[in-house]
Structure formats: structure tokens, C-alpha cells
Ligand binder design. Sequence first.
Ligand code: NAD
Ligand code: UFG
Length: 338
Amino acid sequence: MDKCTLVTGGTGYIGSHTTVALLEAGYQVIIVDNLVNSSDKVLSRIEKITGLAPIFVRADLRDTSTITKVFKEYPITSVVHFAGLKAVKESVEEPTKYYDNNLGSALSLVKAMETSGVSTLVFSSSATVYSPFEDSPVDEGATLGPTNPYGMTKYFIERMLTDVALGDKDWSIGLLRYFNPIGAHSTGLIGEMPRGTPNNLVPYVMQVAIEKLEKLYIFGDDYETPDGTCIRDYVHVVDLARGHLAALRFLEKTKGSHIWNLGTGKGTSVLELIQTVEEVIGKSIPKEVVGRRSGDVPIVYADAEKASEELSWRAENTILKMCADHWNWQKQNPDGYQ
Ligand code: NAD
Ligand code: UFG
């Protein structure tokens, strides 16, 4: 192993899948996470899948002196930064918590990297940075305009990192704008662990499928879409993980800051998604159409050509495989890692 990567938020949903991809590609991985939204039980699962153990440091990213020590202790050459809070609704209710945690973590990390002379960074951004008025497919040049504090934190961190790369030409920074990550590792050993009642469609449907929740509420069927429900670009978390590896390999050879959408380029409606889950589980999902959810945009899907051209990355998994893998994880782990 000649490359050593710090994965912040590596015990979380996307971080754990990316850690597997990095270990399998021969990287040594150091995870820093404060476990605010994850479990350290994921570490033994990662080892079970890969036969390799990541090093784990339990710490808060905002603690710059501890993070600087991590850089001193291990031969880290690059960073993949996942750590952050991600619940849109909570961010509206508690904006300072989000600005403090997400901006504070990113700033602290960049300061520790500057002190340590490490200048290759991949950052988890989101399609939520785009203006809701942009037509899909959305490409990386589209107008930005996040509509909630969570999205704003992504926007501000993107700006900060772009300035860092402009100010010091040694930096190589990748801003990855994910669309809607779903699915789980095909072993069913790692997956998403929502705390409390899920806000997002697929985790919610899955909990209805295992009868933890009574029924699914469909937020509106009167949109201007073919079946009246909203359309999103769902992307398999294992494809996303490969996307991080591809970005890291690109950044190891190329300086400056770069932006890539990570999505499939295909839209799936809420009803189509539910039908696919029903096909996978072999039974009907109890559901009811209710009013629209405030802030929802009818259609959002990616133009994913830039990542294809520059990173040779394309999402490979179908929506059926995404739902099958998510279900496999949910069935095997009805209470997450508990
Ligand atoms: P997650 O909550 O499963 O993982 C985030 C991890 O960061 C958790 O393990 C949490 O404990 C850790 N963390 C949070 N604040 C921390 C801090 N101050 N110090 C140390 N660790 C901290 O979320 P995820 O779905 O894996 O998302 C990873 C990243 O991708 C996040 O930045 C998220 O905003 C972004 N993203 C996620 C989605 C999505 O739908 N899942 C979409 C777009 C972007
Ligand atoms: N939906 C329902 N019922 C539910 C949950 C969701 O009908 O119980 C619908 C929503 O109205 C929306 C679609 O399912 O039309 C997808 O909703 P999600 O909450 O799963 O996903 P969003 O696209 O709204 O938001 C997600 C993440 C954000 C991220 C954004 C990026 O939650 O953090 O994708 O586009 F910023």
C-alpha cells in the first residue's frame, strides 16, 4: 500500500462504501468520525467485506489540533471529506447547528491540511446547491441557489475550497455533487442507518416494507410530470463510491479545483420507484397520496457527461439493483447496526 487517505465521516453511509472501494483499490484508510450519525460497528463490517481494517480515530473535525495530530501520525497524502450533518428539515429548524458543524468542520480540516502540507481533497457536495429553477438535466455550469441552510453550507464550502485552490496552485480539489444516493453494498453488511423516522423516500419505503412504519405518504401526484409525482436521479451508493476513487485518481495527477455531478442522468418518478420496490419485495406497499411537501421541485436529474469524459466514470447499477440491494441490507439489519 503506497497511498494513504483520510476519510472524514468514514463510518457514515457513503463514507463506509467509499472506504471499501479505497481499501479494495490498495489505499490505506484512516477514518475520522465523531459517530454523531453512525456506529463504530461498521468498522468490523468493512473488515469482513475487504479483509482489511481501516484505522479509526474518534474525533470531531472542528477540533483542529487533534486533526493536525492525525496528519502527523499517519502518512496521509489525500483526504475525502464526507463528515457533515445532512437533514434538510433539521437545518431549517437549527441553522446554527448546521453552519457550525459543516462550515466549522471544513474550515478546520483545510487548516490542518495546510499545516500538514496535504493538498489533495475530494468534497461531498450535493445537487441541492443548484437553483430550483434550473431545467433538468442539470450540468455543472447551471445557476446555483440553494434554498435551505444545509444546501447553503455545501455552497459556502464549495466557494471556500475554490478560493483555496485559486490562492495556492498546489491544491487539487474535487467537488462532487451527488444526486440521490440509495442502495447498499451487495453483501448487505453495510448500508444507510437513518436515526428516527427517515425523511427520504427510499429509507422510508423500506421501513414500510419491513412493517416498521404503517404506510408511505406520497407527497403530491399533481406535478407536471408523466405520472404526476416528482422525478429524481437515484444513484447506487456503490457507484458513488467508485466515483470518489475515480476523482481521487484524477486529482492525484491534476491540480486546481474541479466539479463533477455524480448521477445516472436518468429520472425516476416516486411511483416508478415504489413499483420497483414492490417488485423486489414481492408485495404491495401501503400508501396514500397527500399534499405536496414544501420546497420540492418536480424534476431533478443530472447531466453526468463531465464525469464520464474526465473521470471515465459512469453509474452502472439499474434502479432495480439499487432497490434490491437496499432491501437486502434492510432485511438483514432491520435496526441498522444496533
Ligand atoms: P452520514 O450521516 O451517514 O455520514 C456523515 C458522517 O459524518 C457520519 O458518520 C457522522 O457521524 C460524521 N460527522 C458529522 N459531523 C462530524 C464532525 N463534526 N466531526 C466528525 N464526524 C462528523 O451521511 P452520508 O449520507 O454518508 O453523507 C456523507 C456526505 O455526503 C455528507 O456531507 C452529506 O451532506 C453529503 N451528501 C449526502 C447525500 C445523501 O442523500 N445521503 C446527498 C448529497 C450529499
Ligand atoms: N417523498 C415522498 N414521501 C416520503 C419522502 C419523499 O413522496 O415520505 C418524495 C419527495 O416529495 C420527493 C421524492 O420523494 O419528490 C424524493 O424525496 P427525498 O427526500 O428522498 O429526496 P430529495 O430529492 O427531496 O432530497 C435529497 C436529499 C437532499 C439532497 C437532495 C439533492 O434529501 O439532502 O436529495 O437533490 F440535497
